[in-house]
Design a protein around this ligand. Sequence first.
Ligand SMILES: Nc1ncnc2c1ncn2[C@@H]1O[C@H](COP(=O)(O)OP(=O)(O)OP(=O)(O)O)[C@@H](O)[C@H]1O
Ligand SMILES: [Mg+2]
Length: 279
Amino acid sequence: MSETLEEVPADEGRGLPDPENAPVLVVDGLVVEHHNRTTGEVFRAVDGVSLRIGAGESAAVVGESGSGKTTLAMAATGLGPRSGGDIELLGHSLASLSRRRLRELRPEVQIVFQDPHGSLDSRQSVRSGLRELRGLQRKRTSWIDDAGLLESVRLSPDLLDRYPHQLSGGQAQRVCIARALLMRPRLIVADEPTSGLDVSVQADVLGLLREVRETTGAALLMISHDLAVVRSVCETVHVMRHGRVVEGGPCETVFTRPADDYTRELLAAMPGARWRARR
Ligand SMILES: Nc1ncnc2c1ncn2[C@@H]1O[C@H](COP(=O)(O)OP(=O)(O)OP(=O)(O)O)[C@@H](O)[C@H]1O
Ligand SMILES: [Mg+2]
């Protein structure tokens, strides 16, 4: 918890939900529309999506390119526009949160993007990047030193003085995960966290995300094209197509008894031996 949030009076006794125990994310009927100013056309990138992630849970959103996964994640975390529907983030309705309160909540929701090198400032060494983050959130980030933080993502402290271009893709993504962990997030959103990486390190990074969730208790929203990735990390999965969730539920059910034709198509397109072997 940040200092500021700790100062918020408890809701106990007033019949209001306690934000600490509330689900980390509830999306209800989310709509995101993009307006083309030239043609006047309106495009619905997200069309009435609902989902819920409890504290410490892991959920995935899968679907083909352009199905609205990133748009959903950005809107759900208050970073992207929202045209309709309700979002409750860490127990707070986004519609009623002031910009200042949203900024205060921000460290508790961390996003790991597809391109680790693109997420890091090329002019900063790993150490100076961490120093900058620590400067922004002094109290929140004092729980661990730089070497310990890197160790927690299985990186040698020797890398602290390297610049992003001196890191492999896998190392750079671990640095991004370390930077996210430094904030002690309650929700980590990972948008295709391994699809920009060499196949040889993808499994390691996924293993790390699994471990992070288990050891920190943070909830995880994972976005991926790859059903095998989802199955190895997440408990539940939501299958998206054309802005809508066509099917959702526990991975075990969706993977073994898919109810929707599109899910069946996605499963059929997977190299079968690969995902079955990972069970
Ligand atoms: N600012 C924008 N203006 C207009 N259309 C947009 C804008 N941003 C996204 N879109 C469209 O919204 C749709 C959903 O995009 P989004 O990036 O959410 O897809 P995605 O599922 O994350 O795809 P990918 O797997 O390729 O990352 C796409 O058709 C995209 O072209
Ligand atoms: Mg995307």
